[in-house]
Design a protein. Structure first.
Length: 132
């Protein structure tokens, strides 16, 4: 039964230095997360660990953030996915359209306002999570 329990919070980014920044900030704030530098690793871990929230970069090799969100929510509709992107203007609007049909998936623009993102993560973890 433990393997079905929500593991909490995953962070997925292929930039190792950003993973280290997230790790440092979360550690300073006393928050825990699992960190992954590939979408495939996060997807594999999600099968057994059942995260409640996944924060992922959009621009990832092999599976981008939208593809990862589609895979995660397809196998676990309760998971919330936050996709961080530096795309602006029309590209941002196109990404919003891609995720518009998916439940529990939302986007945030880079550069991230980390306090706002973490506040959103905490809100979801405490059960106040619908993004629609």
């Amino acid at each position: 039964m433990n393997s079905e329990k929500a593991a909490g919070f995953f962070i997925v980014d292929d930039e190792e230095y950003l993973i280290n920044c997230y790790r440092e900030v979360l550690g300073y704030l006393g928050l825990e997360a699992r960190f992954f530098t590939s979408s495939e690793e996060a997807l594999s871990a999600a099968k057994t660990e059942k995260p409640a929230v996944v924060l992922t970069d959009y621009s990832m090799p092999k599976l981008n953030g939208v593809e990862l969100a589609r895979e995660l929510t397809g196998s676990d509709p309760a998971v919330h996915v936050i996709i961080a992107t530096g795309h602006m203007g029309e590209q941002y609007e196109e990404l919003e359209e891609q995720i518009g049909e998916m439940d529990n998936v939302e986007m945030v623009a880079k550069p991230l306002k980390i306090r706002e993102v973490l506040a959103r993560v905490e809100e979801i973890l405490q059960g106040g999570g619908s993004s629609q």
